[in-house]
Design a protein around this ligand. Structure first.
Ligand code: ATP
Ligand code: MG
Length: 395
């Protein structure tokens, strides 16, 4: 079957009522952006609460479905046959033809589900269901009707024209990016943080990211890996400005001045502080991390509390209660896993102590940080001023 159009059914409408159009317009915008990555020309339009994608040139079906499957806010993608002629004879013929093409194996049960949005249409839905059902049974005697749990639901909608569809391809759900503000993702080269970014973007949040590197202790390849991860997340979230912060001097200074078992926690506190400052100056209202309770020493409840106290912005930790395998499953699904497991060094791991504190005492940590007071504020300012921004777009 060669479809010219797709009916887009959207998921949850975050802002119902009067603001619904904002959600729809954002969804249309995101669909247009996503389709730029598929070959062909498309019209995306809204018509009485329905969104349609119409191909106006040749296109590749699989490519279009793949692109639409990455647009948050889409619940279902329905390849649809659109009839301009609405008379019932045309509808009958088109439906029989549709079934003939889409279901070459006719051993299935079906139900016709008509909807008459155009109330001036002369035949009532129930009558249409019955007559169209009979027509199919005559044309394809191997089929049978099951009104309770049919294999196939044949939808016939009478609107300005008539829509015929039965295939419903699941979209990613969520809400269109851009409907829920912006947050700053702390993106490392690991498995967790790209997944965390994906999950928050799925709720309609635009993402900026920050990556801390420590050259020459971390390599160009490690940095490139993070850029590559941002580009993969950008397939779903839209382009991500990645702020790359040189953390070397700060790390060395902490290493020199603070007890080694507290290094990771103190370092993480400075990461959060810097990320928050960069977030604030880029209009992001929250931070996102890939932390999960108990995964490593710096993610015990006490450690998380100690890291958290340096921030005033909300910190979103969508993976907080996930097991590693559950995170890996999502990473595989969204395509970040292969890149995440490339074995390049992370700036956190270079200076880690053999036995890091797992129940940090906040007063001790604050006291240790006093050892940094001479230079740390300047170092933080310099790191922020000199941050490099790389624009990461899906490829
Ligand atoms: P990930 O797999 O995301 O790297 P992780 O299990 O390695 O996480 P940590 O190294 O403790 O855990 O990092 C916890 C979180 O802190 C990460 O999920 C990420 O959000 C942030 N983070 C860690 N290192 C960096 C970094 N170099 N740059 C930016 N953010 C970082
Ligand atoms: Mg990490």
């Amino acid at each position: 079957m060669r479809y010219q159009s797709f009916l887009i059914k959207y998921a949850e409408i975050g802002t119902k009522g009067k603001n619904r159009y904002l959600f729809e317009d954002a969804l249309i915008r995101q669909i247009r952006i996503a389709l730029k990555r598929a070959e062909g020309d498309f019209l995306v339009s809204k018509e009485s609460g329905r969104i349609y994608v119409q191909a106006v040139s040749d296109y590749d079906y699989d490519e279009v479905i793949a692109a639409l499957k990455k647009v948050f806010g889409i619940a279902w993608i329905c390849p649809v046959v659109q009839l301009e002629q609405k008379d019932f004879e045309t509808v009958k013929r088109a439906l029989v033809e549709y079934v003939g093409e889409v279901y070459p194996d006719r051993h299935f049960t079906f139900k016709v589900e008509c909807r008459r949005a155009d109330k001036t249409y002369p035949i009532h839905s129930e009558d249409m269901n019955r007559e169209l059902g009979a027509e199919i049974l005559t044309a394809y005697p191997e089929t049978s009707v099951d009104v309770h749990s049919p294999d196939v639901r044949l939808h016939v909608e009478v609107r300005k024209g008539v829509n015929i569809f039965s295939l419903m391809i699941p979209g990613p759900g969520g809400m269109p990016v851009g409907t829920n503000g912006k947050a700053m993702l702390l993106l490392s080269g690991g498995i967790d943080s790209p997944v965390a970014g994906y999950m928050i973007a799925k709720r309609g949040v635009k993402i900026d990211a920050v990556y801390f590197h420590a050259p020459p202790y971390t390599s160009e390849r490690a940095k490139q890996k993070v850029i590559d991860l941002a580009k993969i997340v950008a397939r779903y979230s839209g382009p991500i400005p990645l702020h790359i912060v040189n953390f070397t001097d700060i790390q060395l200074y902490i290493y020199e001045k603070c007890p080694h078992e507290e290094l990771t926690i103190i370092m993480r506190r400075y990461m959060m502080k810097i990320a928050e400052t960069i977030a604030a100056s880029n209009d992001a209202k929250a931070l996102i991390t890939g932390e999960s309770i108990g995964q490593v020493a710096s993610q015990t409840v006490q450690s998380l509390a100690t890291t958290n106290e340096v921030c005033t912005m909300p910190v979103f930790r969508p993976l907080i209660a996930f097991d590693k395998q559950e995170i890996v499953d999502i990473a595989e699904k969204i395509g970040t896993f292969e890149t995440s497991i490339l074995p390049y060094e992370d700036c956190c791991t270079i200076f880690v102590a053999k036995h890091p504190v797992i129940r940090p005492n906040r007063n001790h940590i604050r006291k240790s940080e006093q050892n940094l007071r001479e230079k740390i504020d300047d170092m933080v300012s310099t790191a922020i001023e000199q941050a490099e921004v790389v624009w990461c777009e899906a490829e």
